[in-house]
Design a protein. Structure first.
Lengths: 438, 249
């Protein structure tokens, strides 16, 4: 196997790693490489922090193992290699009436990445998390031997693998249950929420299949927590072909997302939707993966990169949520990218993020004040009995995270059995000391 | 390429990433895909991928450039192929020049893999296309074939031989209505180039596959892909030999 020296970062581009990377194109090469030099896998590196990094070590790049191995048009069960992306499945199968049951906010996430982070989507309140629709996983351990695991067979290992950050082995392929859809267009209804209280009412009252809220994290006073609720249903119809994706060619200067710019942008973005709301038709990708058409959009945050804070807090902690949004608004540090959603109880693994409640995600340019603010938000999350999302994290501490994930001891025990030598350890796992049960 | 005008694509060297990308594209257009190569298990996976993407049918056959006896069954299968018959040859191997310098016997296999093997297959396939008076052969060479360079002149010589053969075949098949496209990719991001020092302007296999399909539709003769390699190679070819022999480009 050839190894290539690369400097890689997570999507937030704050943390980076010098890695020796192999990129197998065939399954036997993957198995042989893992047998000789077991190493953690990486996909398209859409986790924001250091989940896909292994500084000073080896990494297996899975992006060339991205084939569809089988599809049953009767049942909607599909088998894919780990490097296949969610966007590719949506593009290919939505016109034929099937969609991955859960789709994260970017189509560039790989299936193995979706499993390893047990991702959620705009339908979490109905469908639960990604891992709950995984029928089986072909996992290659540090011995290089593939082994098929499922929720019934080897349940503990399966639940340690789903949301398990790649620590039990490399996900070579997986069988997924897709869900029926009407076609590859979306009927989208947008509604204004004038303030936080109204936003929660709209979220709680929404019965749409897909729901997501954009929140103006700069609005204060009367308008605190205002935003736009988007509700979507799949439909059939004809839409013009998407325009070609654009690319952000260079790092943006630091004032690109400064306070006045963000305020202005947010005001315009809010006012775009008429006061009485509106319904429109969009291409499926436009609704689910709105930012995918701007390649390398993370460069908009400049050379220093950015952090995304994402937490979930129980429904009863709505007051804490309001306080968080107020703290963020008063800091003036937020970017336009801020999302508020309802979550159901569904979770597929021991280290899965979701819990019934509200989830808030906000991007911040990487500045000392932002890091302090995020620490404060983490504290509020912990006090409210919530969790932060490891796929987004680059700042938290192990003690805090372990206290948020009650099944962490069970997870670390299972990981210790699957990979006692710690071959699959990544920077995130090291930073948070996740292998350590205490 | 649609149901009213069925197409068959025979893809040789189907385990390469360029071939995979190409197979996917013709599969999505609804073609029948016949994948040929040495690693049957791997090709079965690619065949499943092609079927899931909309190929009319996708099958797998053994083909080894070093074993010409594997050609006959493939030719027989091609003869029964529905619709327009096309073939794309992605077979190739590039051991380091230093390895060949140490073990000159390697030259024979490099020439077989990159030139005589694929050329013999196409020689046998040509009458089928002539008979049908249609179809396209895509032969993937390399910009390395445009001039012998210290870094990989044996590989380059084999690719040059293949390019000359393709040129002659084009001359021959054009008379019956069939067509031959010579493809000269520059640096492509494949397992062959992964981790090699000094790569620049590296293109993705998907980009190459896109360019090839476009060139097939337009019945282009010689395709440099990405396009700027045409100019890079024009410069490299224009350097006078007395100077070139002292360079290590």
């Amino acid at each position: 196997m050839n190894w290539k020296s690369e400097t890689n970062t997570g999507w937030g581009r704050v943390l980076q790693a010098e890695e020796s990377v192999a990129r197998p194109e065939r399954q036997p090469t993957l198995a042989a490489t893992l047998g000789e030099t077991p190493a953690p896998a990486a996909g398209l590196r859409r986790s924001y922090g250091d989940a896909p990094l292994n500084d000073g070590g080896r990494v297996i790049d899975m992006t060339r193992l991205d084939r569809i191995l089988g599809f049953d048009p009767q049942s909607g069960v599909i088998e894919v290699e780990g490097g296949c992306t969610i966007g590719e499945l949506a593009r290919l199968f939505a016109p034929r009436g099937w969609l991955p049951a859960v789709m994260p906010g970017t189509g560039f996430a790989t299936i193995a990445g979706c499993i390893a982070n047990d991702v959620h989507g705009k339908n979490h309140h109905h469908m639960g998390s990604f891992g709950q629709h995984v029928k089986s996983i072909t996992l290659i351990g540090s011995d290089g031997k593939p082994r098929v695991i499922g929720p019934r067979r080897s349940g503990a290992l399966f639940r340690a693998t789903v949301g398990g950050l790649g620590q039990t082995g490399v996900i070579a392929s997986a069988k997924l249950q897709m869900i029926p859809c009407k076609g590859d267009v979306m009927m989208v209804t947008e509604r204004r929420a004038e303030n936080f209280e109204q936003f929660l009412e709209l979220l709680d009252g929404s019965s749409a299949t897909y729901t997501v809220g954009w929140i103006d994290a700069t609005a204060r006073g009367e308008a605190l927590g205002r935003g736009i609720l988007e509700e979507g249903e799949t439909g059939s119809g004809l839409m013009p072909r998407p325009r070609k994706a654009r690319r952000v060619p260079v790092n943006a200067p630091h004032f690109a997302l400064s306070k006045p710019v963000v305020r202005l942008f947010n005001r315009a973005y809010f006012a775009r939707v008429p006061a009485q709301g509106r319904t429109s038709v969009r291409r499926i990708g436009q609704f689910f993966f709105p930012l995918d058409r701007i390649h390398d959009w993370n460069r908009l945050y400049g050379r220093r990169g950015f952090h995304q804070f994402q937490c979930v807090v129980p429904i009863a902690a709505a007051d804490t949520l309001r306080e968080m949004i107020e703290t963020i608004a008063n800091s003036g540090l937020a970017s336009p990218l801020a999302v508020l959603k309802r979550m159901g109880p569904g979770r597929g693994g021991m280290l899965s993020f979701p819990m019934e409640g509200y989830t808030l995600a906000v991007d911040f340019p990487n500045r000392p004040q932002a890091r302090l603010l995020i620490a404060r938000l983490e504290e509020m999350t912990a006090t409210a009995g919530g969790r932060i999302y490891l796929a987004k994290d680059s700042l938290a501490t192990g003690t805090r995270v372990k206290a948020m994930y009650e099944e962490h001891p069970a997870w670390s025990a299972e990981v210790a059995k699957a990979d006692p030598a710690g071959h699959f350890t990544t920077d995130l796992v090291r930073r948070l000391d996740l292998r350590n049960p205490a | 390429m649609n149901s009213t005008r069925p197409e068959t694509w025979i893809i040789l060297g189907a385990t390469s990433s360029m071939a995979r990308a190409f197979a996917r594209k013709v599969a999505e257009a609804g073609a029948t895909v016949i994948l040929a190569g040495r690693d049957i298990d791997d090709m079965k996976r690619t065949a499943a991928d092609c079927r899931a993407r909309g190929a009319d049918a996708a099958e797998v056959m053994k083909c080894d450039a070093r074993r010409p006896e594997t050609f006959a069954p493939l030719i027989a299968r091609a003869d029964r192929a529905p619709g327009t018959l096309n073939a794309a040859v992605f077979i190739g191997a590039m051991p380091a020049q230093t390895e060949i310098d140490t073990d000159p016997a390697l030259l024979r296999s490099v020439v077989t893999d990159n030139f005589t093997g694929p050329a013999e297959f196409l020689q046998r396939l040509a009458p089928l296309l002539e008979e049908r008076g249609a179809g396209t052969i895509v032969g993937v060479g390399s910009v390395a074939g445009d001039r012998g360079r210290i870094g990989n002149y044996v590989y380059g010589a084999a690719k040059a031989g293949f390019a000359t053969h393709l040129s002659g075949l084009r001359n021959r098949l054009g008379r019956s209505g069939a067509h031959v496209l010579t493809v000269k990719p520059g640096f492509v991001d494949t397992a062959m180039t992964w981790g090699i020092e000094g790569m620049f302007l590296v293109a993705s296999p998907e980009k190459i596959a896109d360019d090839i399909l476009k060139a097939v539709r337009r019945r282009r003769n010689i395709l440099y892909t990405p396009f700027f390699w045409r100019y890079i190679m024009a410069i490299i070819r224009a350097i006078p030999e007395p100077i070139f022999k002292k360079l290590s480009v």
